[in-house]
Design a protein. Structure first.
Length: 246
């Protein structure tokens, strides 16, 4: 029961946030990276949820020895990498470092290529498993690439929020609080994944059972912040766009 409910809530919240923020695409270009990040995080969370991974009908359509869990994991990881890049771009643009866009894009593009290569040469694409990291070896390195990227993105968001929060208006603080919660959840979740990868069997059972619900809550938190940020930006002329991480 929990999975359908969380899927509905995360999907609805993400869709509402993205739909509203798309109306600001031209008038407030600084809002674009966060809007794209919200859309990507929503899709990645949906791909990683059990109802899709364990779907036998769809799984039968994949080639022999290739489970949907493995394929959806790769697609989800690539989407997550793109979302992480957008979150870092959001932070960079919030602090006026637009010149870093090419560097950030290049680094995350290289990470995506590395993920595909590691996935192809490891056992990830031929071994049935709910958690690819359990395969160890190159499959574990493959997991690390996305984990580190998302960890860096969430920490960057947290650090930026911690610095800007005391200097923000009350309205902006309310809008940023859910984002801080989402970034905190993401940071802890990925930290547990990294610890489990280094020292197996510490959090493995917990991660398999609770990673997706926790990620769904993170998406909802980011989406709420995105909606509140939309309300702030809608009332402000494009030329006055100055609030951080909206």
């Amino acid at each position: 029961m929990m999975v359908p409910v969380l899927l509905t809530v995360a999907g609805a919240a993400g869709a509402v946030a993205v739909g509203l923020r798309l109306t600001l695409w031209r008038s407030h270009p600084g809002s674009r990276p966060l809007t794209v990040a919200l859309a990507l995080l929503m899709v990645a969370a949906i791909l990683d949820q059990p109802a899709i991974i364990n779907n036998e009908w769809v799984d039968q359509a994949t080639p022999e020895h290739v489970r949907l869990a493995n394929v959806s994991n790769l697609i989800g990881n690539l989407i997550t990498l793109a979302a992480a890049a957008c979150l870092v771009l959001t932070v960079g643009q919030a602090w006026g470092h637009r010149h870093l866009t090419r560097w950030i894009g290049g680094i995350f593009a290289a990470s995506a290529v590395l993920s595909v290569v590691l996935y192809a040469v490891s056992e990830a694409h031929v071994t049935s498993t709910m958690y690819v990291g359990n395969l160890r070896g190159l499959a574990l390195v493959y997991v690390y690439v996305t984990a580190v990227a998302l960890f860096v993105a969430n920490v960057a968001v947290l650090a930026s929020l911690a610095y800007s929060y005391p200097h923000s208006t009350q309205q902006t603080r309310i809008a940023l609080l859910p984002m801080a919660i989402g970034a905190g959840i993401g940071t802890v979740l990925i930290a547990l994944l990294i610890v489990e990868s280094i020292w197996p069997n510490r959090f493995g059972d917990w991660y398999v059972s609770w990673a997706w619900p926790t990620a769904a809550v993170m998406v909802v938190a980011y989406a709420i912040s995105g909606i509140l940020g939309y309300r702030i930006l809608r009332e402000r002329p494009a030329a006055a766009e100055s609030d951080r991480l909206q």
